[in-house]
Design a protein around this ligand. Structure first.
Ligand code: GNR
Ligand code: NI
Length: 173
């Protein structure tokens, strides 16, 4: 199976809004399979369509430990958060489109998500802890928002400059 290339900032697709999927077809399933493989190869826990330069509302996720445990992929189409906890949580986040950069991000500690699954069936997920961060991080991607948009301008500018430097050094695409 061909895998995708992951695009990095400042690619404009990372700032664009992804469009709803009309129906979960075999083509969409093939896209999700390829995204999952791309995510595993990059050692990520989530991957959104924008990151592979596609603009439909699809993300994949797998929070299971990579070594030892069996894979537990979650395929998400047209996600909608229907509930957010009042409690917040801070976690260090990274992004495959901002390689090697990390910052603490504050988000609702738990969210309830509705979406269509791999088979196009309605599904619901209560995400807590690291999974809550991942779900919100991926849904942000579909809305053209990155984790660095949630931190101070000072920290964001530092990360953007670091990425510019790594690109000049030829260490990233
Ligand atoms: O691999 C990833 N790790 C991660 C860690 C904390 C919060 C969110 C994430 S998602 C990220 C992969 C990615 O860029 N998904 O869009
Ligand atoms: Ni990301």
């Amino acid at each position: 199976m061909d895998k995708y290339n992951i695009i990095n900032i400042p690619h404009p697709t990372l700032k664009a809004t992804a469009q709803p999927v009309a129906m979960v077809t075999d083509d969409v399933r093939q896209q999700m399979d390829r995204m999952l493989q791309t995510m595993y190869d990059a050692s990520g826990i989530g991957l959104a369509a924008n990151q592979v330069n596609l603009l439909n509302r699809v993300f994949v996720m797998d929070m299971a430990p990579r070594e030892g445990g069996d894979p537990r992929p979650i395929f998400v189409v047209n996600p909608e958060i229907i509930w957010r906890s009042e409690e917040f949580s801070v976690m260090e986040e990274g992004c495959l489109s901002i390689p090697g950069q990390y910052a603490e991000v504050e988000r609702p500690a738990s969210v309830r998500l509705i979406y269509l699954d791999y088979h196009g069936q309605p599904a619901e997920l209560l995400a807590e802890g690291a999974m809550a961060h991942c779900v919100q991080h991926e849904l942000d991607h579909l809305n053209g928002v990155l984790f660095i948009d949630h931190i101070s301008k000072l920290k964001r500018d530092m990360i953007v400059r670091k990425i510019e430097k790594l690109r000049k050094l030829g260490e990233i695409l």
